[in-house]
Design a protein around this ligand. Structure first.
Ligand SMILES: Nc1ncnc2c1ncn2[C@@H]1O[C@H](COP(=O)(O)OP(=O)(O)OP(=O)(O)O)[C@@H](O)[C@H]1O
Ligand SMILES: [Mg+2]
Length: 392
């Protein structure tokens, strides 16, 4: 039988680990916990994260995370009695800033750069267009990977509703700049060399004038300026997007698919794995995060239970009613745990021999370094046995 690798080995044998999954399943938490684990175990790690809520910054003792990397202090590890054999830096992905850097790199002159950076449409594309965040996460990864300060880069991915968006981001970005609509605009405007509606071809002018009734001519000028400005960057930009996409296929990149134990999330994780597989980037590990633990049945039968509850209940509370409520809460929790078990097992069967680990649902959010280390212990199968310290 083939021995399953552990997630710790996946970390040890790759330079880049990408955490993907549906929204809210625990990607940021998993990425940070993996980074903490690797840093504790001697590697120089960069955690490249997307966490607008800045929760992660707080757990790593950083007051604010900027687009620059910041070192997580060794004292913070020491304070919590956690050994730090390596080094941990964290960087918050700033989509707009990354896009701006890209424009700056490929613009032919300062004027060309400023024309784009100051453009209204560019502002929208670089901040709000679906897929830009995903693409810029990869772009930044490509950038930091070329530097040699880090042995390991753990990449968190944006809160997309569909994890597949991430994979499609570079081709969509190329598609956007190379779309027939863009080409049409470019042809219509570029021949004149000036951004004026009067100078474009007759049919184009008609369409544009029609459009202008809805959008205002200023808007069209902005579009024209953006499209022609972008066209100038296009060669460099497309080449870059292709490089960024192919860099994900290298052997030193591992994919970790994170899922919650909800049926939809498990479906999506399985589907995403098939998609990765068919693109030549098989997932290296799966994480089922937030699995509810099955609490045991109370050892006492009904009457004895009510008596036991009455003995510890503050005066004024009805033991019978309270016991009934507690019973119902326990039943709900057990139902949830059984449902989670079914989904977690379904996922394990579906992923075959790949690494698949479970992280329990903790009673509190994961908001400090010890909690991240605790998640890491589950991820890497080094958590204490259930009779030792259990998740609270
Ligand atoms: N095992 C767990 N037990 C309890 N709380 C958890 C667990 N894992 C994550 N959380 C909490 O759930 C919330 C969402 O987690 P996280 O931010 O990691 O998800 P995400 O997949 O990155 O979300 P998004 O898609 O919005 O980026 C956080 O508040 C985190 O602390
Ligand atoms: Mg997140």
């Amino acid at each position: 039988m083939v021995r399953r690798m552990s997630l710790a080995e996946v970390l040890n044998t790759h330079r880049v680990v990408v955490c993907v999954g549906a929204g809210g399943v625990g990607k940021t938490t998993t990425a940070a916990a993996l980074a903490v684990h690797a840093a504790m175990n001697g590697r120089r790690v960069l955690c490249l994260t997307i966490d607008p809520a800045r929760r992660l910054a707080n757990s790593l003792g950083l007051s604010e995370m900027s687009g620059e990397e910041q070192d997580v202090s060794a004292e913070l590890f020491a304070e919590h009695g956690l050994p730090l054999g390596g080094q941990l830096s964290a960087m918050m992905l700033d989509t707009k800033r990354t896009f701006d850097e890209l424009i700056t790199r490929y613009a032919s002159s300062d004027e060309a750069r400023d024309r784009i950076l100051d453009n209204k449409i560019y502002n929208y594309v670089s901040t709000s267009l679906a897929g830009t965040g995903e693409y810029m996460a990869m772009e930044k990864l490509h950038d930091v990977r070329e530097r040699d300060e880090w042995d390991l880069i753990v990449l968190d991915t944006p809160p997309t509703s569909n994890a597949l968006d991430f994979l499609d981001a570079p081709s969509k970005m190329v598609g956007l700049v190379d779309s027939p609509a863009m080409r049409w605009f470019i042809d219509a405007f570029a021949s004149s060399g000036k951004l004026s509606l009067n100078l474009v071809g007759k049919s184009a002018a008609l369409v544009l004038k029609g459009l202008a009734r809805f959008t205002g001519a200023g808007m069209l000028d902005s579009i024209a300026e953006f499209v022609t400005g972008f066209n100038e960057l296009f060669g460099g930009f497309r080449e870059r997007a292709e490089k960024v996409a192919s860099a994900l296929k290298k052997d030193d990149v591992a994919f970790v698919i994170v899922s919650s134990p909800s049926p939809l999330s498990v479906d999506e994780a399985i589907f995403f794995n098939e998609r990765l597989d068919s693109s030549g980037m098989a997932a290296d590990a799966f994480v089922i995060n937030g699995v509810h633990e099955l609490l045991s049945e109370p050892p006492l039968r009904s009457d004895a239970l009510i008596e036991a509850v009455a003995a510890v209940l503050p005066a004024g509370l009805d033991p019978k009613k309270t016991t009934r409520r507690m019973r119902r809460a326990l039943d709900d929790s057990r139902t949830l745990a059984v449902a989670d078990r079914i989904q977690a097992d379904r996922m394990k069967i579906a992923v075959g021999s790949a690494v698949c680990v479970e992280v329990p649902a903790f009673e509190e959010d994961v908001h400090d370094l010890p909690a991240l280390a605790r998640v890491a212990a589950y991820l890497t199968d080094t958590a204490p046995s259930p009779d030792g310290a259990k998740p609270t």
